[in-house]
Design a protein around this ligand. Structure first.
Ligand code: GYE
Length: 336
């Protein structure tokens, strides 16, 4: 099977690939030599990050910064603190600075068309990383480098089956769901994938009794879980859309005098080190991995796009799932 690197190489060489031809900028903004086929001038990449809400995000930011350095790009980086308006201003400023390529991880899915049209008019290609956008105009971005969040939701439901079996839980299952940021692709799609399996295979026994956003943060997870426990003290399972909210929820569960991982079974998404620590302590029962180390892949795509090459519309990340009994062995080699 082709791995992603090979696919890209192949796609660049073979114009017949199913991808989309990137609208690479003809000539760069900031000084420099002519580039026959592109590439002898240092690439300037403008990157707008979502924020610093979670361990996943920190690992993602480190990966992007170090990969840009390694690739020898001039990286302009800004942190939007989970605010769409900050991302829009950052993108506008990258357009004004005539960067070669813009990449960003959109905090929410809607509301991007206007600024993306401005980038297109300025002939600056846009690459999405991590999260997707909803738009009718597919020409507004070149590709998405990131995970399949719907599948992560499905995987969470499938691994919950194993967790329930291992715990010897029989009969009805009352589930609390801690959602990610409202309107964000991973929140929408993880909920969707989970529900899909639940409706198809567990309609009579599983029920989501409470579901609310914890904004992907520990503080949010703790606060919302405390409220869940007040309104629904008999919750069997927590499905948290990321480790950080799960870790916050663990504090609320303990404060309520219950045992996380036993009285309330917990499945989370991400697989950051702190999630694995909580899992090795028996407090999280299973984790669906979502890989944040997108930097090297992104830099490769940036180069291809800058050179006018062809890339796939969606470059998916490869991931695994982990049960509690794998946590201790996996922990020392976790990279984030
Ligand atoms: O799961 C969460 C982060 O978009 C995949 O954002 C990312 C999500 C990740 O805040 O921890």
């Amino acid at each position: 099977m082709l791995n992603r690197r090979n696919f890209l190489t192949a796609a660049v060489g073979v114009a017949a690939a199913t991808g989309l031809t990137a609208c690479a900028k003809d000539d760069g903004g900031s000084g420099g030599s002519s580039s026959g086929g592109g590439g002898d001038k240092k690439i300037t990449l403008g990157f707008s990050q979502v924020g610093s809400e979670s361990g996943w995000r920190s690992a993602n930011t480190d990966s992007i910064k170090s990969a840009a350095k390694e690739a020898g790009y001039n990286l302009k980086f800004s942190d939007a603190q989970q605010k769409q308006e900050n991302q829009i201003s950052a993108i506008r400023s990258y357009i004004a600075q005539k960067v070669d390529v813009i990449a960003f991880s959109p905090v929410v899915v809607t509301g991007w068309d206007a600024v993306l049209k401005e980038a297109k008019a300025a002939k600056i290609p846009v690459i999405l990383t991590d999260r997707s956008v909803e738009t009718k105009d597919e020409s507004l971005f070149v590709t998405l480098v990131g995970s399949d969040f719907t599948d992560e939701g499905r995987r969470a439901a499938k691994i919950l089956e194993k967790v329930l079996e291992k715990a010897g839980h029989k009969g009805k299952v009352k589930i609390a769901q801690l959602e990610g940021t409202t309107g964000a692709a991973p929140a929408i799609e993880r909920a969707k994938g989970f529900k899909e399996v639940m409706d198809a295979e567990h309609k009579d026994d599983w029920k989501i009794v409470v579901s609310q956003t914890g904004d992907f943060t520990r503080a949010g997870g703790k606060q919302v879980m405390a409220a869940f426990l007040q309104s629904n003290p008999d919750i069997d399972v927590l499905f948290a859309h990321n480790d950080d909210m799960g870790i916050g929820a663990i504090q609320a569960i303990e404060a309520a005098g219950k045992k996380p991982g036993k009285d309330i079974l917990i499945v989370t998404v991400d697989g950051v080190k702190d999630g694995f620590v909580a899992m090795s302590e028996g407090k999280i029962n299973a984790i669906v991995e979502c890989n944040p180390l997108l930097g090297p892949q992104l830099m490769e795509v940036v180069q291809t796009v800058k050179d006018g090459g062809t890339v796939d519309r969606w470059i998916k990340t490869k991931e695994s799932d982990f049960m509690q009994d794998q946590a201790k062995d996996a922990l020392p080699t976790r990279k984030y």
